[in-house]
Design a protein around this ligand. Structure first.
Ligand SMILES: [Zn+2]
Ligand SMILES: [Zn+2]
Length: 466
């Protein structure tokens, strides 16, 4: 995904300075080539931007503010107190899908976008700093360490927990879609493949005294710009932030001990020595099997990972129950036409590309294409892993489960009253799930799926091989 902030740290093996993209769990030291991995004891990644201003810089900024804003700050005479403050922000990015249907307008729409945003994780202090500007995109972060930064200033505690933050992100992300369809009886937003982390932003608090008593000013700890003020000398009694350290470990195969390849945002790691595939889950490596759909083209093949789910779909309100290809074919638009050559008794299977890509729309289009034909494609068990042409997994299984609802909506494709009633209460039960690699013939700029006669630009999925 684009727009990474950079994290700067030191290699734990050789001490050389390293920079890696935010949100990445694994990375390589450019100096000693060690593959490293962050360990957070199962908690969110937390980063911090240290205050860049010296006391002299701060005094200069105050002076400049007073001379350029005489009307507002001309009465201030003396700086009483200077303190560094770190305010936490939730940083979010992921794919957003907004689905809605209105029977009256005969409209069923699915909007897709890649989205990122920040908003305050401490709502008690300096609440007018609700989110960080886009300028944060050029900043360098450091892994947060509670011991170190407790001494450098006041670290404000997180008052908005992860669940509340996710709910808020969902609301903000879907706002524009909701404006377009304010009265749609079916309207849902989905955040898929999101990366969530905490970012402690630096501020400098300056308490000044003057003709009208005490006044507190806040400066951006990086740009030295004044970001607001308040009457009185804010003593800021913040609670203790919990202990937190990011550890760095060597990124190694659990089976044979060889270094694994680091891969920014990916979640799976292939060992080229003992041919095992590992999923990094929390701080542990889980062994995963490799299943491959047999290639259908003659040329060079490119494999893209998919989460494939066997599902049953129920809508209690409309009495619909779909468990087989036949059940779905009667309900989906064009179903009888598209699925007439498929065995109607086969269980329903839905395909979700196991990737988070810049083009959220392309991801959904590919998922819809493979899922709407319900083809029985031949799986070749565990074949040898042709890792040269295999795309890594960046969408966790649970996130893929969340994507099933917009996908089913997209596959059904109807907007009549019966369909809208169905959307409003349908539930998806996953019966089986597996990770498979699906073959696409390499046609240069395009990739071709011969099972579905579908071509799409490889650029649209940010394709990188292992
Ligand atoms: Zn190193
Ligand atoms: Zn190994």
């Amino acid at each position: 995904m684009r727009n990474p902030l950079l994290v700067s740290t030191k290699c734990r093996e050789c001490g050389a300075p390293i920079r890696y993209p935010e949100g990445a769990y694994t990375f390589r030291c450019g100096f000693c080539s060690s593959a490293l991995r962050t360990s957070t004891e199962g908690r969110e990644l937390k980063y911090i931007i240290p205050v860049r201003l010296s006391r002299k810089d701060v005094l200069l900024s105050v002076k400049r503010l007073i001379t350029t804003n005489r009307n507002e700050y001309g009465g201030l005479k003396k700086v009483r107190h200077i303190r560094n403050i770190y305010k936490p922000f939730w940083y979010f990015k992921g794919m957003v899908y907004s689905a809605w249907a209105e029977a009256g307008k005969n409209k069923a729409e699915l909007l897709s976008k890649l989205w990122f945003h920040t908003f305050q994780a401490n709502t008690e202090h300096i609440p007018w700093l609700f989110s960080l500007g886009i300028s944060s995109e050029v900043l360098t972060l450091e892994p947060y360490d509670s011991d170190r930064f407790r001494e450098e200033g006041t670290v404000l505690p997180v008052t908005l927990n992860r669940e509340e933050a996710e709910e808020q992100a969902l609301l903000i992300a879907g706002r524009s879609a909701r404006i377009a369809a304010p009265n749609a009886p079916y309207f849902r937003n989905f955040l898929i493949g999101e990366r969530f982390f905490l970012l402690y932003y630096p501020l400098v608090q300056v308490v000044c005294s003057g003709e009208a008593g005490l006044q507190t000013l806040y400066f951006d700890g990086v740009t030295a710009k004044c970001v607001g003020g308040e009457e009185g000398g804010n003593a800021l009694t913040a609670g203790q932030e919990e202990n937190y350290h990011i550890k760095f470990l060597v990124h190694r195969c659990k089976n044979c001990g060889h270094d694994l390849q680091s891969a920014d945002f990916d979640l799976f790691y292939y060992c080229r020595h003992c041919f095992r595939l590992w999923e990094l889950k929390g701080d542990d490596y889980i062994s995963r099997k490799v299943r491959i759909i047999e290639p259908s083209g003659k040329g060079k093949t490119f494999y893209i990972p998919f989460w494939r789910f066997a599902v049953e779909i129920d809508s209690p309100g409309t009495g619909n129950h779909f468990a087989t290809v036949g059940d779905l074919s009667r309900f989906m638009k064009m179903g009888r036409h598209l699925l007439r050559n498929e065995n109607p008794d086969r269980p329903l299977k839905f395909y979700i590309p196991a990737v988070v890509a810049r083009n959220a729309r392309a991801v959904m289009k590919l998922a819809t294409r493979l899922s709407m034909f319900q083809k029985d494609v031949p799986l070749s068990g565990f074949s040898e892993f042709p890792y040269e042409n295999i795309l890594n997994v960046s969408l966790p299984e649970q996130e893929a489960v969340e994507m099933l609802e917009p996908l089913v909506f997209s596959v059904i494709g109807r907007a009549d009253p019966q369909a809208v009633s169905f959307y409003k209460d349908f539930q998806i039960k996953t019966i089986a799930r597996e990770l498979i690699w699906y073959p696409f013939e390499d046609k240069g700029a395009m990739l071709a799926d011969h099972y579905h006669d579908y071509y799409f630009p490889r650029k649209s999925l940010d394709i990188r091989a292992f």
